[in-house]
Write a protein that binds this ligand. Structure first.
Ligand code: DGJ
Length: 352
């Protein structure tokens, strides 16, 4: 074969390969966000990742969230935690189920039908591992277990291996404990939170919720993990029957609590904490406690992660035309994660 012929063949082969790549373009392509509309993945399927969080890692974003199914069973984990990847935050590739519920062992913590909510994944540089935290509830016990779940993986897309579920900070007092909490004769007999606006426990502040759970570990419902610039990670969870937020420093491997934690916003009923940092100030987006009913978003800030925290108010503006809902109901959503835009210091993406 002479030189001209082989060059021609090479050109034809390149054109053919290029057109094949073109054929593989995703079902759906976005060049901007479309608020209020169904967001599809690369296969044209509705993205299924509720209560999600985004991990930027190398040149890719990973979105983890609860895979929900329709119907009455939908609140309980039937499938697990779904993962998607993206290069631009608009177009998401389905990476499958990163943490699967266990289908053949009814005694396993994450057996099908348990509750897995608000999964968040962080990367630990020291161990080179991806660590997933989530709100975990044992099957058939509704929200009374109030635990944290932990799973790990060597790769961002998983599969993640379940490590444990636990109540944080058993046998440890917070740094800002009050003397009244150490009175263990004043214990709550039960967790008061039943969900729904009518059940907000006005009387919970008269009961020693913190001391009640000193031995077994603190209640942890809505939760998130925040990694600071120095690599230290913090576990932030709605505790004490949702009345008070705890901010707890994690161990260096991010797999357990370090024993250092603070109570913030005592008896103020925050759920849905999402932390971010801007110009050396810490911000927390959260909500009130009205079960599955939307309410007003709440923004707070602090010069140090452990406080003092100050509530600023509702940062939401705008209107959801489809649902006819405005900022007083956070457009029908609830905070779950805030992603600072790596390309702009003034832009933050908020997942609700
Ligand atoms: C509100 C929380 O933010 C959700 O994650 C969920 O736990 C519901 N409460 C349950 O009522």
């Amino acid at each position: 074969m002479n030189y001209t012929k082989s060059l021609l063949l090479l050109i034809i082969a390149s054109i053919w390969m290029f057109s094949c790549e073109q054929d593989e373009k995703p079902e759906t392509y976005y060049d901007k966000f479309h608020p209020g509309e169904i967001w599809k993945d690369n296969n044209g399927v509705h993205i299924n990742a509720h209560g999600g969080g985004v991990l930027p890692h190398k040149d890719t974003y990973y979105w983890y969230g609860e895979h929900k199914i329709e119907g009455i069973e939908g609140n309980f984990a039937q499938v697990g935690v779904h993962c998607y990847s993206s290069k631009d935050l608009y177009n998401w590739k389905d990476e499958g189920i990163a943490l699967e519920v266990i289908k053949d062992d009814p005694n396993h913590d994450i057996t099908k039908g348990c509750i897995i909510e608000r999964p968040k994944v962080v990367y630990n540089k020291k161990t080179n591992r991806f660590v997933m935290f989530f709100h975990f509830e044992y099957k058939d016990r509704w929200y009374e277990s109030s635990r944290a779940g932990v799973a790990i993986s060597d790769t961002p897309t998983g599969p993640f291996t379940f490590v444990k579920s636990y109540r944080p900070n058993a046998g440890v007092w917070p740094q800002n404990v009050m003397e009244q909490h150490k009175d263990l004769t004043n214990r709550a007999e039960k967790s008061y939170y039943r969900g729904g606006p009518g059940s907000l426990p006005a009387h919970a502040d008269s009961v020693n919720m913190l001391g009640s759970h000193y031995d077994v570990g603190q209640m942890a419902r809505d939760q998130t993990v925040f990694v600071d610039d120095d690599g230290k990670a913090y576990h932030i969870y709605s505790s004490e029957s949702n009345s008070t937020i705890h901010i707890s420093l994690l161990s260096d491997d991010y797999l357990s609590e370090s024993g250092v934690f603070y109570r913030i916003f005592p008896n103020s009923y925050h759920e849905a904490p999402a932390l971010f940092k801007h110009n050396q100030t810490y911000y927390m987006l959260s909500s009130g406690c009205t079960a599955w009913e939307p309410n007003e978003a709440r923004l707070s800030s602090a010069p140090n992660i452990f406080g003092p925290w100050t509530e600023i108010g509702n940062p939401a503006v705008g209107y959801n035309k489809k649902l006819d809902l405005g900022p007083e109901k956070t457009f029908g959503g609830q905070s779950t994660f805030v992603l600072p835009n790596p390309r702009s210091k003034r832009c933050f993406y908020c997942h609700v």
